[in-house]
Design a protein around this ligand. Structure first.
Ligand code: HDE
Length: 711
């Protein structure tokens, strides 16, 4: 969203507020909580000009008391988040597998609320930390609320929920000084990892670029556990849920992610909000991997083990519907903060499996809402309220707002037997009739013991540049670990995943390279691959819609070039921002004033997806070529693998930053595109070839394998 659009949005918001006020029957003077009108709220009632505040000032006491109680406990994990409303619609009936009402009819739209989050950091931490992202969806279905409380990784760090407090204590800041905020690069996490090899698969994802998403709109979501669909005949089918973003899966690079934390700590939240405000509604496809009950043991891992994926090449993801987010909340606290997800919120046709992580979650989420939202009536808060009718015998409790009448027990005759129990018409929730028998034991199933094959599968499936980023991430994280034994033990564990990975990490963090005798990857796991895991397999729809393009200009800019790139790129749906050394306007080569969206000192390249530098109309270099901020902007964009475009004399800006070895057109006769550097030296309006090549480069997001930046 550009500066101007932003201003437009503010006007729209003000208009909305005006309308809301006009329609609000409570419009009128300020009152107390009791509705008593107040005419003065700036001074407390005092005994004389400079006298003490009087206890009888009930307005003062009420105002302060309410303020003192404004905070509720933040979520123990996933404290920082952003939410939005939207809808889900299935592509076709899924009746063959599930009787869930919201998955039957393509003409039925089910309202949803989605909350995205980081996990480790507190509510006020930065967005772009290296972390898992939560992706929790509440479907307000006609049969009650269904919550799909997932993450953007398909696997979790532990297999049994009883380890969750241990894991979270390890990843949270160190207990003595509460450092670091929002980061996993510290001793206690890696101590835990090095001693608990079941963490390794999720750790590989955490060290990959998946842990620093470019946007919530550009991340996958996963239900993680194997759930169970149940159809009207009572037949069960194992199911894994996948959300795939229409825009593809795209990530930041680490250097960028870190700079974003300072430049815009709300980078991901703002992106979600702005795109919805601008009408660019984010969209995901819901897909399922279905496994018939009889194939439960057909895999070389256990379907109940949440540290394992089912490779998509083995069981394809079948698209079953789409979700669109099209409305921002009105009040962050009331909606995004108070929304209460619970894995046990299921509807008929969706059931659990015996995954021990899932079973623990089914206990934990209700428990946490009781303390967080202050009692058992949080389901009456608007964002949590089902659209389905609620008739229970639950009564009273803190924050009860329903006026129950009649009896509150079952069976009853005095209340005409209401609420009646559902008959056998197939509408009631019935638990899947799974046979259960066994001795009480406290022991992990032997089928959960292989902790190395799937981390190896993940590593093997990465492109070269993804592997490079994983090594760098391990070097950064372990490099922050003070305890040498922890570094060594972790590298020793990595040797079971991949010897080369372990060697490179060992070299980076200054510990001995593991010897084959210390344990190595098995020959079988060395061969495993799943191409679907690489980001290269998830490019999206190839459009530049909503991508942020910075056009760097100064006085004297070639007006035709500026106008043609702005119009050409905007027509494709990109958000183009004109950036100049100072805000206001620049004087173009046509002598006219051209609007500037932002001043260079207020922005940075990390906030954009690409940069384009038009030239001036004379032969000299554009003014930007002598501006150190502009040069830095272009250099950082290049260094982070993002598209760089230059037109006419704008090419002068590339010389000091783009190393030799990249093809940059020097004559006016051609458009050149090489690893995302797109140039055309001709003056005047940008040619269609240039716009086509530049748009293609922007749609690809990143361009790896560029020569290193000089200087
Ligand atoms: Fe959560 N998790 N979790 N988790 N989780 C919470 O619930 C918990 C797990 C996830 O936007 C808490 O309301 C246990 C896996 C998301 O409001 C808490 C275990 C996955 C959110 C909790 C897990 C998740 C939470 C904290 C291991 C991905 C944010 C506040 C047994 C499939 C939801 C709250 C939102 C939040 C417990 C593991 C996803 C304490 C005990 C696996 C997206 O109840």
């Amino acid at each position: 969203m550009t500066h101007r659009e932003n201003e437009g949005r503010n006007d729209r918001k003000q208009e909305q507020r005006r309308r809301a006020l006009a329609e609000d029957p409570t419009t009128g003077p300020l009152t107390t909580d009791q509705g008593v009108t107040v005419d003065h709220t700036d001074d407390s009632l005092a005994g004389g000009e400079r006298g003490p505040t009087l206890m009888e000032d009930f307005h003062f006491r009420e105002k302060l008391t309410h303020f003192d109680h404004e905070r509720i406990p933040e979520r123990v994990v996933h404290a920082r988040g952003a939410g939005a409303y939207g809808y889900f619609e299935p592509y076709e009936s899924c009746a063959e597998f599930t009787r869930a009402a919201f998955l039957q009819d393509p003409s039925v739209r089910t309202p949803v609320f989605v909350r995205f989050s980081t996990v480790q950091g507190p509510k006020g931490s930065a967005d772009t930390v290296r972390d898992v992202r939560g992706f929790a969806t509440k479907f307000y279905t006609s049969e009650g609320n269904y919550d799909l409380v997932g993450n953007n990784f398909p696997v979790f760090f532990i297999q049994d929920g009883i380890k969750f407090p241990d894991f979270v204590h390890a990843v949270k800041p160190e207990p003595d000084n509460d450092i670091p905020t929002g980061a996993s690069a510290h001793d206690t996490l890696w101590d835990f990892v090095s001693l608990q090899p079941e963490t390794l698969h999720a750790i590989m994802w955490l060290m990959s670029d998946r842990a620093i998403p470019r946007s919530y709109r550009m991340m996958q979501g996963f239900g993680v556990h194997t759930f169970r669909f149940v159809n009207a005949q009572g037949r069960g089918t194992f199911v894994k849920f996948h959300w795939k973003p229409k825009l593809g899966v795209h990530s930041l690079v680490w250097d960028e992610a870190q700079e974003c934390q300072g430049r815009d700590p709300d980078f991901n939240r703002r992106d979600l909000w702005d795109s919805i405000e601008a009408g660019d509604y984010p969209e995901w496809e819901l897909g399922v991997q279905l496994v018939p009950e009889e194939d439960e043991f057909a895999f070389d891992f256990d379907l109940l083990d949440a540290t394992k994926i089912i490779p998509e090449e083995q069981v394809p993801v079948r698209p079953i519907g789409r979700m669109v987010l099209n409305r921002n909340p009105d009040n962050f606290f009331a909606e995004t903060e108070q929304v209460a997800f619970h894995t046990a919120n299921v509807v008929p046709g969706i059931d659990f499996t015996n995954d021990p992580l899932l079973q623990a979650r089914n206990f934990s989420y209700l428990d946490t809402q009781l303390i967080r939202l202050g009692g058992p009536n949080f389901t009456q808060i608007p964002v949590n309220r089902p659209v389905a009718l609620v008739r229970t015998n639950q009564r009273d409790g803190y924050h009860q707002s329903r006026l129950h009448t009649g009896t509150s027990y079952s069976p009853n005759s005095l209340g005409a037997g209401c609420p009646a129990l559902a008959g056998a018409d197939g509408h009631a929730y019935t638990h899947y009739a799974e046979r259960v028998d066994g001795e009480k034991i406290r022991r992990r199933s032997p089928s959960f013991q292989d902790h190395y094959s799937q981390p190896a599968l993940f590593w093997n499936s990465m492109a070269d540049w993804e592997q490079e980023h994983i090594v760098q991430a391990f070097r950064f994280e372990l490099g922050k670990v003070g305890d040498r034994a922890v570094r060594e033990r972790t590298v020793g564990e990595l040797a079971h995943v991949n010897a080369e990975l372990a060697r490179q990490v060992a070299r980076g963090v200054g510990v001995a390279e593991p010897r084959p005798a210390d344990g190595e990857q098995s020959a079988a796991s060395a061969k495993l691959t799943s191409p679907a895991l690489s980001l290269e397999a998830l490019p999206g729809d190839g459009s530049v819609r909503t991508l942020q393009i910075a056009v760097l200009v100064a006085d004297g800019v070639d007006a035709e070039q500026l106008t043609s790139v702005r119009e050409g790129l905007s027509a494709d749906g990109a958000n183009v921002e004109v950036i100049a050394p100072t805000d206001g306007t620049v004087t173009g080569s046509d002598g006219r004033q051209h609007a500037v969206d932002r001043a260079l000192p207020t922005v940075a390249s990390v906030l954009y997806d690409a940069v384009l530098v038009p030239g001036t109309s004379d032969d000299g270099p554009p003014v930007t070529a002598t501006d150190p901020d502009a040069l830095r902007f272009v250099r950082d964009t290049y260094r982070h693998g993002k598209p760089v475009g230059a037109l006419g004399t704008g090419l002068g800006v590339l010389a000091p930053v783009v190393p030799g070895g990249i093809d940059v057109a020097r004559s006016g006769s051609e458009t050149t595109a090489d690893r995302g550097v797109v140039t055309d030296a001709s003056p005047g309006a940008a040619r269609p070839e240039f716009l086509r090549e530049f748009t293609r480069a922007v749609a690809a997001h990143r361009h790896w394998g560029r020569p290193q930046v000089r200087g």
